[in-house]
Design a protein around this ligand. Structure first.
Ligand SMILES: Nc1ncnc2c1ncn2[C@@H]1O[C@H](COP(=O)(O)OP(=O)(O)OP(=O)(O)O)[C@@H](O)[C@H]1O
Length: 335
């Protein structure tokens, strides 16, 4: 096993829960189905399950179902005999045979053509494969781990993925959270990748500037752990001196989620202020309770759903933190 596959980071409480699930299910032979955005560590988790199972001495084979054309994918999975089709000059084992006695990781399983899905289901049920161009079944003993970053449940609804195969693979579902939802992993992963790439690049361990730490936590990491890894690798290459500054990370401007939230928050707050006047005129004193209820809801929207802290929220809303706190207190949102 490579150093990277053995040194895993599971620091955030969310990741610790995941680790204990992995440890519980690894020894069984149950099919696992890993869901998660791109770069969240699906293959790494599959390798970890294999390394903790009784199959660890057997092979671990990983295949990306989306990497092959419709015509190629079956010969890749099930193998073929010599002369099975034009160009089949010699027989070749498929991935199921290569993984015999071990674990087969099928990444992007949702990309399999429906005709191949039928054959895959048969292989899983019968526990034998028939190479293309042959009639002889070969028994196989393989634990399957499937993964996808698309919504397979939706694909079942629209008929792009067979329901029977879905139930066959969905024995142990494992959901990997995006990196932005497990912030406790960010710094341990940064240290992990610094130590890997520092050794490779023969550089000294850089210090993280406090602004760098802040940016690492604010950035939404759409490419998840893979993006973080590439960012650290690049940062160590360009880092000038012994301090890793935000500019070395070269991250795209956080225009996406955070700034959209900020814009929405300012808008909502402006609307809130406007509505406050309208309600005051409409309902006057005797409708105080209703007035407060509506305002409370609007302020919850502007503040809580913007995922900002009070300092950021006050700055973006163009009011002082004290004014914001007074508003929040007034509506019972903080003590
Ligand atoms: N918990 C972790 N600890 C350390 N490194 C990790 C962890 N999870 C993922 N990585 C690293 O992040 C990178 C991406 O992981 P991986 O290839 O497993 O993601 P993936 O979800 O399978 O991606 P894709 O959806 O694109 O196939 C790899 O280099 C992997 O080593």
């Amino acid at each position: 096993m490579s150093v990277r596959a053995s040194a895993l980071v599971f620091a955030d409480p969310e990741s610790q829960k995941l680790l204990s699930l992995i440890e519980r299910i690894a020894p069984s032979d149950a099919t696992a189905y890993i869901k998660g955005e791109t770069g969240t560590g699906k293959e790494l988790v599959a390798r970890h399950i294999h390394s903790l199972s009784s199959r660890r001495k057997g092979p671990f084979a990983a295949i990306n179902c989306g990497a092959f054309s419709e015509t190629l994918v079956e010969s890749e999975l099930f193998g073929y005999e010599r002369g099975a089709f034009t160009g089949a000059v010699s027989a070749k084992a498929g991935w199921f045979e290569s993984a015999n006695g071990g674990t087969l990781f099928l990444d992007e399983i949702g990309d399999l053509p429906v005709s191949t899905q039928v054959k895959l289901l048969r292989v899983l049920q019968e526990r034998e494969i028939v190479r293309i161009g042959s009639r002889k079944p070969t028994p196989i003993d393989v634990r399957l781990i499937a993964a996808t970053n698309v919504n397979l449940e939706e694909a079942v609804k629209t008929g792009r993925f067979r329901e029977d195969l879905y139930y066959r693979i969905n024995v142990v579902p494992i959901q990997l959270a995006p990196l932005r939802e497990r912030p406790g992993d960010i710094l341990p992963l940064v240290q992990h990748f610094i130590s890997i790439y520092r050794n490779r690049l023969h550089t000294t361990e850089p210090e993280l500037h406090p602004d760098t730490v802040r940016l690492l936590h604010e950035y939404p990491w759409p490419g998840n752990i893979r993006e973080l890894e590439n960012t650290i690798h690049r940062a160590l290459l360009v880092c000038d001196g012994n301090v890793l500054r935000p500019s070395s990370l070269n991250l795209p401007k956080i225009h996406s989620a955070a700034s959209e939230h900020a814009e929405t928050a300012s808008r909502t707050f402006a609307e809130t202020c406007h509505l406050e006047k309208v309600f005051a005129q409409l309902f006057e004193e005797e409708h105080d309770e209703l007035h407060d209820l509506v305002l409370r809801k609007l302020i919850v929207q502007a503040y809580e759903h913007s995922r900002m802290n009070q300092v950021q929220a006050a700055k973006l809303l163009g009011i002082s933190r004290n004014v914001l706190r007074t508003q929040l207190k007034h509506f019972g949102l903080i003590e």
